[in-house]
Design a binder for this molecule. Structure first.
Ligand code: PEP
Ligand code: MG
Length: 886
């Protein structure tokens, strides 16, 4: 049997179903499914994603064997509707839309009203008795077809429309009459001919085939490629194409169109949420051109339709057991559903919906845990305006995506990208009239988005929610002047580069910066976290080097510290000077004298951290970075230091020069430091053990783990271990207290992973430092990737940045070897389980966490704010599924 490329749907039958997302795309699969469960859908057919792949394999040509299947399916649609495609007396018109397996809102092409020609537009005008509508549909087709299928700049059409409106002295498109629109069609056709070099096609089938190709072409378009890159979407075959009988929301006041969510996508509350527009086509709602009405008002305007829509809302949720994002059109009082899909939602909403649905008996706990994308929890950890701050909103828009953000105003996405390149630290608020898919790169870099038009379903709102970025839309008090580079908000002028604050939870806009505070884990969030904790096997620790961070991480559920980077403590006030003195000292006695000044401060730090961790293990790493990082490099600072220490500036300069290294990340750092200067490690170990003794005396349990960085050979570890043990024993003997402590190592150098069996003989634990391990495995300097990584990703030389997500094939192999050899050796030599964790940045990345789970690590360690994300990701890894709630 030949391969099936085209799947028909219509009435209560469909050849596909909701499970066939990979083949039919999300939209196609769900249109089929809606037919099967008896929801009214205009008939149509879906051309599979395999055809898209074949289209590119055949040098951008639709394979011959697909064509008869398209014709066949079109005939079935014609039969069901009772009209012929493009017929001159009473034409069937169709829409052509993209739809990949994962939703990519607004990223690919849509063409409506296909099948209209000079002849059929007349037929449509007569049949509907509405020439205005017929010509309006025709001019929209020429515009959409010209710009999306044939590459004509949409502005050329827009220009003609503006000219016509000016000539007629009208403001709105809807004020143009049938004759005006007829004339506009003539002008649009001239624009088309001028830019395409051919007439607008009068053969409906030709229109259809070109439109299908346009959808396939858009799969590799800049917007779509960019979106997939940002969302890390890989491995899809392509987009499917949905060809569907047109229904019209723009046939007068008994027609309309809308988009809605079955629950509130911001908060997750179980209420019907959305917008509609009377006498409009679908694109008008999504583009945010006209500000639509809230869905609840439809109850008054079209009570029957509203009731039917509410039934469908129920039916869809019961069927899909998830919150749905729907599109509908009402044509002369008759309701049609055009789309349903799992709705994008904020992290806050994702959590509430998952927990509510368990309570409602729709899903079970495991499904709830698998439902929430771990990254989306960021949203619940977003800063909120400090309730104690003096908050004076100057305007209010629609709260489109929660969280508060302060940032400098910039007026275009390009300006955001440009500014970010030069000043990556600056928080930016992108302020626009509305956003479009072209803006995604800038939107992604902004900390918040503010638009003056658009509703809850506008592009800005949908995209910001997906990313968990604060967003306020439809704020009419904001007037933008791009020429002047300013905005005015209710009479206040703000220049580009000046600060404003937005609160996406309330819709408020404030001038200047407003302080923010961090939320706590309570309510539904806490419930979901409890469920996650039931299923996960990995423990979750945190990387923290201050009591405040340690306490925050505990609140977020950290079960210990996996990495305390002691070097951060040396930069503090009153310490850096002693540290510099130590580095500048010419002999051991001088170094010891300087270290003695730091020791009590270090001890206090450790006491604070042990207290905060209250019985959970604390891994403290001995000093790691190259010493030159502690010294000033510019002349003025060197002079200041010379004065403070009472030494000649030349001496400082000489020492800085001496410490200069060509490749410091592979130079005098890590365990190499205490091998040359054991007194540094001795001071640190004394501070750790004495702090532990002190906290123990206060009646708290302490579990210190002393970690040696950058070990490559067993001899390095042994050398340092001897000193650690000697100092620790001495401290404990002196105090008459025994503290249980462990000595372990980081695995950051490939040689350490390869010789893990030997290293495990002297290490009670391993912690994979995947930042350095990635650096040394690839030979990429971790601080110097910006000049080539973007190209590597764009050219698909690497699928993802290996510093963000573990490179399973290479670095992952070293980790597997390290875990296996280390565990086997420790077990056979001492009958002990070797504890293994990870403390590189990857410890907070869900994909990497899945890998850590698979290789059987005991724990991951990540920054405090990623602890909840790691808990959930670990549970999902354990549940053996990665069904993401997109
Ligand atoms: C690592 O290398 O992964 C690590 C955690 O250490 P640092 O980032 O401090 O070098
Ligand atoms: Mg490291």
């Amino acid at each position: 049997m030949s391969t099936k490329y085209v799947y028909f749907f219509g009435g209560k039958t469909a050849e596909g179903n909701g499970q066939m997302r990979d083949l039919l795309g999300g939209k196609g699969a769900n249109l089929a499914e809606m037919c099967l469960i008896g929801i009214p859908v205009p008939p149509g057919f879906t051309i599979t994603t395999e055809v898209c792949a074949a289209y590119y394999e055949h040098g951008k040509k639709i394979p011959e064997e697909v064509l008869p299947q398209i014709d066949e399916a079109l005939k079935r649609v014609e039969a069901l509707v009772g009209k012929k495609f493009g017929d001159s007396a009473d034409p069937l018109l169709v829409s052509v839309r993209s739809g990949a397996a994962l939703s990519m809102p607004g990223m690919m092409n849509t063409i409506l009203n296909l099948g209209l020609t000079d002849a059929s537009v007349e037929g449509l005008a007569r049949k509907t008795n509405n020439p205005r509508f017929a010509y309006d549909s025709y001019r929209r087709l020429i515009d959409m077809f010209g710009s999306t299928a044939m590459g004509v700049d949409h502005d050329h059409f827009e220009h003609e429309l503006q000219q016509m409106k000016e000539a007629k002295g009208v403001k709105l498109d809807t004020d143009l009459n049938a004759e005006d629109l007829k004339e506009l069609v003539r002008r649009y056709k001239a624009v088309y001919r001028k830019h395409v070099g051919d007439d607008f096609p009068q053969d409906p089938r030709k229109q259809l085939m070109l439109a299908i190709q346009a959808v396939f072409n858009s799969w590799m378009g800049k917007k779509a490629v960019e979106y997939r890159r940002i969302e890390r979407i890989t491995g899809l075959k392509g987009t499917a194409v949905n060809v569907q009988a047109m229904v019209f929301g723009n046939m007068g006041n008994t027609s309309g169109t809308g988009v809605a969510f079955t629950r509130d996508p911001n908060t997750g509350e179980n209420v019907f949420y959305g917008d509609y527009l009377i006498n409009a086509q679908g694109e008008d709602v999504v583009a945010g051109i006209r500000t639509p009405e809230p869905i609840s008002r439809l109850k008054e305007v079209m009570p029957q339709v509203y009731e039917q829509l509410c039934d469908i809302r129920q039916k869809l949720e019961q069927h899909y057991k998830d919150m749905q994002d729907i599109e509908f059109t009402v044509q002369e009082g008759v309701l049609y559903m055009l789309q349903t899909r799992a709705g994008k939602r904020t992290g806050t909403a994702a959590v509430r919906i998952a927990v509510d649905m368990v309570r409602e008996g729709l899903i079970d706990e495991r499904t709830a845990v698998l439902r929430v994308n771990p990254e989306s929890l960021n949203h619940l950890l977003l800063p909120q305006l400090d309730p104690k701050a003096n908050i004076k909103p100057v305007a209010q828009g629609i709260a489109a995506s929660p969280g508060a953000a302060s940032g400098i105003v910039l007026l275009s996405a390009d300006a955001v990208v440009e500014h970010h390149e030069k000043h990556p630290q600056d928080p930016i608020i992108l302020v626009r009239k509305e956003t479009s898919p072209e803006d995604v790169a800038g939107m992604h870099l902004a900390v918040g988005i503010l638009t003056s038009t658009g509703g809850k379903s506008s592009h800005a709102a949908v995209v910001a929610r997906g990313w968990g970025k604060p967003c306020v839309v439809g704020c009419e008090a904001v007037k933008i002047s791009e020429e002047a580079g300013t905005i005015t908000i209710a009479g206040h002028t703000v220049k580009a580069g000046e600060y404003i604050t937005i609160n996406g939870t309330t819709g408020d806009v404030m001038i200047g910066k407003v302080p923010t505070v961090l939320p706590k884990i309570t309510g539904d969030f806490a419930t979901l976290m409890e469920w996650a904790d039931k299923y996960r096997k990995l423990r979750v620790r945190t990387n923290a080097d201050s009591p405040a961070d340690a306490a925050k991480a505990r609140e977020f559920g950290a079960e210990g510290i996996g990495l305390c980077r002691t070097e951060h403590m040396f930069f503090g006030e009153g310490r850096i000077l002693a540290m510099r003195e130590m580095i500048l000292a010419s002999d051991e006695a001088g170094r010891r004298a300087a270290l003695a000044k730091i020791e009590p401060l270090q001890r206090e730090d450790f006491i604070g951290i042990f207290e905060a961790m209250d019985g959970y293990p604390v891994t403290i790493r001995l000093l790691d970075p190259p010493l030159h990082e502690f010294l000033p490099h510019d002349h003025a600072a060197q002079e200041e230091l010379a004065q403070s220490l009472g030494v000649p500036v030349a001496k400082i300069k000489e020492r800085v020069d001496e410490l200069h290294e060509f490749n410091p990340m592979m130079g005098f750092r890590g365990c190499r430091l205490p091998i040359v200067y054991p007194e540094i490690a001795e001071m640190q170990v004394r501070a750790i053990i004495e702090a532990a003794i002190e906290v123990h005396r206060r009646g708290k349990k302490v579990l210190p783990e002393i970690m040696v960085p950058l070990v490559g050979t067993i001899e390095e570890l042994r050398f340092i271990k001897q000193r650690i043990v000697a100092v620790a024993e001495e401290c404990m003997a002196k105090a008459g207290v025994r503290i249980e402590y462990q000595i372990g190592t980081m695995i950051e150098v490939p040689r350490a992973a390869l010789t893990a069996d030997q290293i495990a003989e002297d290490a009670e634990f391993f912690s994979f430092g995947t930042n350095d391990l990635t650096q040394m495995t690839f030979g990429f300097s971790r601080d110097d990737i910006k000049s080539f990584m973007p190209t590597y990703l764009r050219e698909k030389i690497l699928p993802v940045d290996p510093f963000q997500s573990i490179d399973v094939k290479g670095v992952g192999q070293l980790i597997e070897i390290g875990v296996r050899k280390g565990r086997e050796s420790r077990q056979s030599k001492y009958g002990q389980h070797l504890k293994v964790g990870i403390c590189g940045e990857h410890g907070g990345d869900p994909d990497s966490i899945r890998f850590c789970h698979q290789v059987g690590m005991d724990y991951v360690s990540c920054s405090p704010f990623r602890v909840p994300i790691a808990r959930l990701a670990a549970a999902q890894a354990a549940l053996g599924d990665i069904k993401r709630d997109k």
